[in-house]
Write a protein that binds this ligand. Structure first.
Ligand code: NDP
Ligand code: X2W
Length: 346
């Protein structure tokens, strides 16, 4: 059994990690940490775990984590994560970091969007934790930068089309809708019930959202040249889920059937990507609580554009499920170990 710990376990991604890890057949969850809940029982902070998990929260002490675990999930805010991760690696632990601190290859790009990087020497060894793109590198990594939720949904939607050179890369537009849990458990006016319920709004449009450079980093690599994308996030009154609709112009002379073939071939071994074509388009309800990314698409022959619809659960595939999948690969387990539960559609 692999001993694992979660730093920042009192937040939403921490909760989702506990839910998945407490039934994982190859793992023992030994330690959960939080500053504000230190000393409290987990099932007092999250009564949903009554009868399932009897741990008590500790403070985030790297020595204690090294005694109790072989791999740590850091589910902390950006900046806090890069303070802890080097301490854990020095003590011989493996780390899956859920923040943005280890997603970028270029420290200057991270610093342009976030803040000064205090562990830039680790960026070249950190592996971007999207298994469909980096499965082999993840297997041997000691540090994985788990992708952002919006980037996961968008990169998976267009990767096959860029890899097969079927679209004009500069024409990619991504229109995404996220549930409110994407903003974390902390209270803020933006995510207040009355500010969100019954409404729908765009935010940080026109290249202002910090996920834009992350999406561009990965899509540029697939395209083989630097590219910019138009990314428009929206906040919707749901608890879980992201639906991204991605548009791109097909290269002249591309037959619509080659789009179907590109998805089928790119994802032929992808355990957690379900291809829906244009018949039964994806919905956030159909992936809820699961690590699936469902993809549907259609070529609009009148405009020459392909439209791809991508649905994930932001807390599972967009964060903690993907993190568990990465842990499975790093530990040599089956990729879907602990992630086989069907989605929860009512
Ligand atoms: N929510 C989502 O859908 C997604 C989130 N992520 C990323 O995952 C990480 C966790 O997100 P999420 O669970 O939503 O966030 P939450 O705000 O819900 O939880 C954050 C956790 O970190 C702890 N924490 C907060 N501030 C600090 C600090 N300065 N030092 C140490 N610990 C701190 C909190 O507990 P305490 O204050 O008690 O210490 C809590 O346990 C973030 O980096 C987020 O960007 C990634 C993908 C999707
Ligand atoms: C709805 C909402 O607020 N979503 C968050 C992104 C979700 C997330 O946590 O992304 P990171 O992992 O990169 O932090 C936002 O727009 O900033």
């Amino acid at each position: 059994m692999l001993r694992v710990a979660i730093a920042g376990a009192s937040g939403y991604t921490g909760f989702e990690l506990i839910r998945l890890l407490s039934t994982h057949p190859r793992v023992v969850l030994s330690t959960v940490t939080s500053r504000t809940s230190e000393g409290q029982r987990l099932d007092e902070v999250y009564p949903a775990f009554r009868g399932h998990c009897h741990l008590t929260f500790h403070g985030t002490d790297p020595d204690r984590l090294a005694e109790d675990a072989e791999l740590v999930f850091t589910a902390l805010p950006h900046r806090a994560a890069m303070g802890l991760v080097p301490e854990l690696l020095q003590r011989g632990l493996k780390v899956v970091d859920l923040s943005a601190d280890f997603r970028f290859r270029d420290a200057a790009l991270y610093e342009m969007w976030y803040q000064e990087h205090t562990a830039p020497h680790l960026l070249s060894e950190a592996v971007y934790g999207l298994p469909e793109l980096y499965r082999d590198a993840i297997r041997t990594a000691r540090l994985v930068g788990n992708p952002g939720c919006y980037p996961t949904s968008i990169i998976l939607a267009v990767a096959p089309l860029l890899a097969q050179d079927l679209i004009v890369p500069e024409t990619i537009l991504a229109d995404s809708k996220s549930a409110v849990s994407g903003a974390g458990r902390g209270l803020s006016l933006t995510t207040h019930f009355c500010e969100v319920n019954d409404g729908l709004k765009a935010y940080k449009i026109g290249g202002e959202h910090r996920h834009t450079p992350e999406i561009e980093q990965e899509l540029s690599r697939l395209a083989g040249r630097p590219l910019n994308v138009t990314f428009t996030p929206h906040l919707v009154p749901m608890s879980r889920g992201i639906l991204s609709t991605v548009y791109a112009e097909l290269k002249a002379g591309t037959p619509p059937e080659s789009v179907d073939a590109a998805f089928a071939s790119f994802y032929r071994n992808a355990r957690f990507v379900r291809l829906c074509g244009s018949k039964a388009l994806p919905s956030t309800l159909q992936v809820r609580g699961s690590n699936y990314c469902d993809l549907g698409w259609k070529v609009d022959i009148r405009t020459g554009r392909v439209i791809v619809v991508s649905a994930i659960d932001n807390l599972t595939r967009g964060a903690s499920g993907q993190a568990v999948c990465n842990m499975n690969l790093m530990a040599g387990f089956e990729e879907d170990e602990g992630l086989r539960e069907a989605p929860w559609q009512p």
